[in-house]
Ligand binder design. Sequence first.
Ligand code: SAM
Length: 172
Amino acid sequence: MAIPERIIWSIGHLEIGPGDRILEIGCGRGVALAEVSRLLADGHIVGLDRSDSAVKAAIDRNGEGIAAGKVEIMQAALADYAASAGRFDKIFAINVNLFWLEAMRELTVLKPLLAAGGRLYLFFEPPSAGQIDTIRRAIEVRLKTGGYVVDEVVTGPTPTPPLLGIIARPGA
Ligand SMILES: C[S@@+](CC[C@H](N)C(=O)[O-])C[C@H]1O[C@@H](n2cnc3c(N)ncnc32)[C@H](O)[C@@H]1O
């Protein structure tokens, strides 16, 4: 299966190190989990999704990573998630719309999960390039209200597909 461009582009922005501890929110069928796990040596990635069918597909796709102890997949809504794997250096989500709709509870849950210096990466491929500014503004407002600082905003290299990434960290 060809890996969607948004996933390749998003992973490129994570600058993954071999020992990173990573959480993916809304991992869907586990495509990014599988790609990220190949970049890890002694690192670890947890995939979280509330959908039963998505979690089953992600487990199927990531059998090797799970057997190697690099990948863990959990079924839960983010608002109810209690991490068992400790803190994360990087937490990311790709195309999880709750972050620009309403995510105050979820942003509160995530803050203590970030290790010192850890960052939150929110990536989107909206249906049209015209939505990028609306989504960016909505997310920036939510992040600020939730006590995060936006470090960087990145957009895709070409107009097709439209891609947006917002990289943030907990404020002081
Ligand atoms: C549009 S899909 C994106 C899947 C994958 N990240 C991708 O880019 O192909 C969004 C996924 O996020 C999950 N999701 C949405 N809201 C969630 C929440 N509050 N907690 C956990 N998972 C959530 C959905 O079940 C779905 O699998």
